[in-house]
Design a binder for this molecule. Structure first.
Ligand code: AMP
Ligand code: ZN
Length: 368
């Protein structure tokens, strides 16, 4: 099985071996990420050009290095169909259609978020987590708490009403003056290098969607207030951007406030959905931001008094966007449901996770 992921700024290609004995083995994964260090954010046209220039080389490398080609093709082709940037998606999806035509092999157009949700099952050989399970998907493009009852039935219990947590962390790091292509990690490292500065100065940071008269226990995340407050604080003169101790105090307190908000809303949502969560004993946190160690420590404390007895995280490589998760989700859809995708489909930029099947283009081999 060969899979392609191009929904955002990573051009990824993976090859997974799926022998008849039910195991799944990652043969190769190549990933090329657009460098946005200088511009300080992902520009869709730059991502489009990046995929255009890298997709052929990445696919060719995986095929050649594994002796695959017309005489020995992969037997399933998977690609992300959505959600994501339409231009970026179209490059991977069209390339996958071409391979599917050339090799006469089925195509599966995969929901990107389903990939994030199912990838822990790949790592456990399809065994864990068992449905139903609860996932926090937290990355540069999404922040949601999802109850997965089966392969195709997912309910979003808590979603962001504005930007994603990773976006807020990236913008905060940039405002503080940090540079890099993975600003969330740069912020985490910067905070860790000077614990003595964490409380050097106290900054007033927001607690979005907290209880007030007329708004109680709102089940949503919100991160844009952090961006606004930090920007205003920096302009206010109450913060000296040349003072590293102040920079570190603001970095620590911002990161902490953003994750405190995440953890509080996760706890609140679990509490508000006790009945729905009966029988759920596994929690997974995935997405690039889930690699943050402070967040992991705080999440581990969320489940006291619940049935959730197991908390797990995909490996760092599989937490952020990758083609392995797309390939694995494609394999699960193909094997368990007999699903493939027509080659005339178009990418879908907005595709709710709760509506995976509610789009045109699915075929079920079981019905034919
Ligand atoms: P993804 O969208 O899943 O590829 O993840 C990318 C996002 O994860 C970006 O917003 C990064 O800043 C963020 N990220 C990656 N590593 C960390 C980390 N260690 N702590 C916080 N955020 C991180
Ligand atoms: Zn993603």
């Amino acid at each position: 099985m060969l899979s392609i992921e191009t929904s955002c700024d990573d051009t990824c290609v993976a090859l997974i071996n799926r022998p008849d004995n039910g195991t799944a083995e990652l043969i190769q994964h190549v990933k090329s990420t657009l460098d946005s260090t200088e511009v300080g954010g992902i520009i869709p046209t730059a991502a489009f050009d990046h995929h255009q220039s890298h997709i052929s080389g990445a696919v060719e490398r995986v095929l050649k290095e594994n002796g695959l080609g017309p005489g020995n093709p992969p037997d399933l082709i998977c690609a992300t169909r959505g959600p994501g940037m339409k231009g970026s998606l179209s490059i991977g999806l069209d390339f996958a259609k071409g391979l599917s035509v050339a090799y006469g092999k089925p195509l599966v157009g995969v929901h990107h978020m389903l990939g994030h949700l199912l990838v822990p099952r790949f790592e456990s050989g399809g065994v864990e987590p068992q449905f139903p399970f609860l996932s926090l998907l937290i990355s540069g493009g999404h922040t949601m708490l999802v109850l997965s009852e089966s392969l195709l039935k997912h309910e979003i219990l808590c979603d962001t009403i504005d930007v994603a947590a990773g976006d807020a962390l990236d913008k905060t790091a940039r405002e503080i003056g940090l540079k890099g292509n993975n600003l969330g990690r740069t912020l985490e490292e910067f905070v860790q290098t000077g614990k003595e500065d964490w409380h050097f100065k106290k900054y007033e940071l927001p607690t979005p969607l907290s209880n007030k008269p007329g708004r109680l226990n709102q089940q949503n995340f919100s991160f844009s207030p952090f961006q606004g407050v930090i920007k205003r604080l920096i302009l206010s003169g109450d913060y000296d951007p040349t003072n590293i101790r102040q920079q570190r105090a603001l970095a620590y307190q911002s990161q902490k406030s953003i994750f405190d908000h995440v953890v509080n809303k996760v706890k609140l949502t679990i509490d508000a959905n006790k009945d729905k969560l009966k029988g759920v004993n596994h929690f997974v946190a995935s997405g690039g931001v889930a690699s943050n160690l402070y967040l992991r420590t705080r999440l581990n404390d969320c489940f006291e008094g619940t049935e959730i007895a197991k908390v797990s995280y995909p490996s760092l490589e599989l937490c952020s966007d990758n083609a392995v998760m797309i390939g694995w989700a494609g394999i699960e859809l193909y094997e368990a449901e007999g699903l493939t995708t027509n080659r005339n489909v178009v990418p879908i930029s907005k595709w709710p996770l709760s509506d995976i099947m509610n789009v045109s283009g699915w075929k079920s081999e079981r019905e034919e």
